[in-house]
Ligand binder design. Structure first.
Ligand code: C6P
Length: 410
């Protein structure tokens, strides 16, 4: 692609079987990557290979299949450790996804350490997964949930944040990259400021893990959470990175097999990290296949993918701005390849149906950020989000389809 330098987008696309399918008789244009990314053949093969060759439970059996499954599962944990720059595999807990990782921390940390009148701070940009668990634990512990405001462009009001911090601040839980708008929040500064008050900080990396280089030690966060399915891995698997001393101080989230050292009817002792937080048979196949997703990203290089996505973002932003009545929400400099927009007089759902008829997948609605939509005074947006395999030509298809659809709707 001459517009994209040496980036061989066609070779990348060839790794994704789904991209060659048709939708409503048209070539699929998949621009809903912030919801879930498509899977390269290596991820699909890893699942098939596990089930066809060494399906066994892990950490239990003493037979060959069990050994192979355990070693491959733990190799995935090591890959995740490198992916986020953690210093030990003990700090990497496998969960179902971002949602479960946040619920784990809200329950295990929150219920142990929060007291009446303590404050938890989140932002106006949060996904429901980083709001509701904190509301639930706050109600139970009589703690107070406070929200950092934003301006009309979605930029956090850092002065307001500074004024909220105090001795009652116990936990700060912030989204790294807004899923609805694509805005990158200044999490380094948030972490530094929160730590001045000894508050614990969780970073919701559901949208940042795929686009930005993540080093939890440089960031200095206490917890970092993300989902496998957004980084080209399978659904049903997610990650909780936690600082060792914090994880050690927390009680288990769930009880059951594998998370114990010794069980008596009178008393149970718990297993070492990370197993203390992985009760029951885990999602072995998807954890194993997650490594193939990480390998896919590492083979190309996150920075290389990001550069490609920035080219797409710039091109799409310029093209969309030419459409009469279209307004980009969160049109700021510091963002990832997500464009959210509204068109005067058009309901996002009507637009989505017309785009789908032309083979284009975008997400419309509130993006599980109802309070954000409420703050911005809109019912929802249409969101196009780009990944490693998207092309300039696909953006041209989107723009043409948008123009055609808007002619019908307005
Ligand atoms: N956002 C989107 O279309 P789960 O569902 O557990 O994998 O991820 C939840 C989640 C938490 N935080 C952020 C910032 C997210 O973006 C998401 C998932 C998808 O925007 C599906 S709602």
């Amino acid at each position: 692609m001459e517009t994209e330098g040496t980036y061989d987008v066609q070779a990348i696309r060839a790794q994704f079987p789904i991209l060659s399918r048709k939708v409503k008789g048209k070539d699929l244009v998949y621009l809903d990557n912030a919801a879930t990314a498509q899977k390269p053949v290596a991820v699909i093969d890893a699942l098939v290979h596990y089930y066809s060759h060494y399906n066994a439970n892990i950490h239990r059996g003493l037979h060959t299949l069990a050994d192979e499954a355990t070693a491959t599962y733990e190799a995935s944990r090591a890959a995740v450790m490198h992916f986020v720059g953690a210093s030990s595999t003990d700090e990497i807990i496998f969960t179902k996804g971002t949602t479960e990782s946040i619920n784990l921390v809200a329950n295990a940390w929150g219920k142990s350490f929060l007291q009446e009148g303590d404050e938890i701070i989140i932002t106006s940009l949060e996904h429901h997964a980083n709001i509701v668990p904190w509301q639930m634990v706050a109600a139970e512990k009589k703690a107070i949930l406070r929200v950092i405001p934003i301006d009309d462009n979605g930029i956090l009001d850092m002065e307001a944040f500074k004024s909220m911090l105090g001795p009652k601040t116990k936990f700060v839980s912030v989204v790294h990259v807004s899923n609805a708008l694509g805005i990158i929040n200044p999490v380094e500064e948030i972490i530094r400021l929160a730590h001045e008050y000894n508050a614990v900080v969780l970073v919701d990396g559901a949208q940042s893990s795929v686009h930005l280089d993540i080093d939890v030690q440089t960031l200095g966060c206490d917890f970092y959470v993300f989902s496998g399915h957004k980084i080209y891995g399978p659904t049903g698997v997610g990650v909780l990175y936690g600082r060792r001393d914090l994880l050690e101080s927390m009680p288990p989230y769930q009880g059951g097999g594998e998370m114990i050292k010794e069980v008596r009817f009178e008393h149970t002792t718990y297993n070492e990290l990370p197993f203390k937080f992985e009760a029951g048979t885990p999602n072995i196949a998807d954890v194993i296949a997650l490594k193939a997703g990480i390998d896919f990203i590492n083979t190309i290089g996150k920075a290389v993918i990001r550069k490609h996505e920035e080219t797409l973002l710039e091109y799409a932003t310029a093209k969309l701005k030419n459409i009469k009545g279209l307004r980009i929400i969160g049109d700021v400099k510091n963002k990832v390849s997500v464009i959210s927009f509204v068109v005067d007089g058009v309901h996002p759902q009507d637009l989505a149906i017309l785009l789908d008829n032309q083979g284009i997948a975008v997400r419309t609605g509130h993006h599980c950020t109802q309070p954000l939509m409420h703050r911005l005074g809109i019912v929802g947006t249409t969101r196009a989000s780009f990944a490693a395999y998207n092309t300039i030509e696909e953006i041209d298809v989107l723009v043409e389809a948008l123009n055609k659809s808007l002619k019908m709707l307005l």
